[in-house]
Ligand binder design. Structure first.
Ligand SMILES: NC(=O)c1ccc[n+]([C@@H]2O[C@H](COP(=O)([O-])OP(=O)(O)OC[C@H]3O[C@@H](n4cnc5c(N)ncnc54)[C@H](OP(=O)(O)O)[C@@H]3O)[C@@H](O)[C@H]2O)c1
Length: 286
């Protein structure tokens, strides 16, 4: 398959490129070469390149920045997705859009299914939900993959931040009432690669199995990394002032992909595997 990836230098874009390039012809672009809000460039790239599939990872993902600049978030995540969707429609390319658990309001006591109604509660979430609608309305062969709390090698993410603060002996305060599924980009990319092969379009929730709070995630990171004696002060979301309000209980359940035989291992196993790779890298480096 000829696969184009937007946001290819991002956290997930890199993992997807690595997972797909041995089996497919993969062409990735990031904002330096393709701004998805530039409709002319998007049309030219997709219209002339004629991909079988576009995986749309490009997004404004800094949730606090989005909260403070909602129009910018809507321009990139909503309008930019519309541009990609229209170009796919014109070329009859399939489109896989990566979305987020944040499209749900988090006011539940069970894991969200693919078929539940989104109710975005912050500007980032709203802009991603607008993107979902563009993809559903405009592209015949569309797939929406919702995921959450990605961690990856390189770049900045929750795992790296907790470990860095622990190494620096910075006191840790982590919220107990924000709950979701930590997900290893390597596992997610492998699941997306498998999903693509099925050509079963639709909405999918792909996350490592199980869920935890930010506090539980941080505690497990420290324990697995050997910082068992490093304390963490549990706090409530209300005590952690930030511009964006995340949904509290936005756990995703993989129902649809599991019916196709596509499942991800438990998040604790994924985290242990991730830390093993990180340790090996550190040992090699020094
Ligand atoms: N990270 C998570 O925990 C998470 C959870 C659920 C869903 N998702 C979704 O998964 C997808 C991939 O996320 P990620 O973690 O890989 O994000 P990321 O690391 O921030 O990657 C997104 C990429 O898109 C680029 N970009 C931003 N604006 C653009 C534009 N106008 N045109 C083209 N490219 C643009 C970014 O460039 P700059 O870095 O230069 O801005 C970045 O390279 C996103 O759609 C996100 O909403 C992520």
């Amino acid at each position: 398959m000829r696969i184009f990836i937007t946001g290819a230098q991002g956290t997930l874009g890199q993992a997807l490129t690595a997972a797909l390039e041995s089996q497919h012809e993969v062409v990735g672009r990031d904002i330096d070469a393709l701004d998805v809000t530039d409709t002319h460039s998007v049309n030219t790239w997709i219209g002339e390149g004629r991909p079988d599939l576009v995986i749309h990872c490009a997004a404004m993902t800094a949730v606090d920045y989005c909260a403070e600049h909602p129009d910018e978030a809507l321009t990139v995540n909503g309008y930019g997705t519309q541009a990609v969707a229209l170009a796919c429609q014109a070329s009859d390319a399939a489109l896989l859009y990566v979305s987020t658990n944040e499209v749900f309001d988090g006011l539940t006591d069970r894991q969200y299914l693919e078929y539940d109604a989104p109710a975005p509660a912050n500007p980032y979430a709203y802009s991603k939900w607008v993107g979902e609608q563009m993809v559903r309305d405009l592209v015949r062969k569309h797939t929406i993959v919702r995921t959450s709390w990605l961690f990856a090698h390189g770049g900045k993410n929750f795992v790296q931040t907790i470990l860095r603060l622990a190494r620096q002996n910075v006191p840790l305060r982590v919220v107990t009432n924000e709950v979701s599924s930590p997900t290893y980009t390597t596992d997610l990319a492998a699941a997306i690669a498998a999903l693509i092969e099925t050509r079963q379009y639709g909405i999918y929730h792909l996350v490592n199995e199980g869920y935890t709070s930010r506090y539980g995630f941080a505690r497990t990171i420290l324990d697995l990394a050997g910082y068992v004696d490093t304390p963490i002060e549990p706090i409530a979301l209300a005590e952690y002032q930030r511009p964006s309000r995340p949904p509290q209980y936005a756990m995703l359940r993989n129902f649809a992909a599991a019916r196709l035989g596509i499942t991800l291992r438990p998040w604790q196993d994924a985290l242990a595997a991730f830390l093993e790779v990180e340790n090996a890298k550190h040992e090699q480096a020094g």
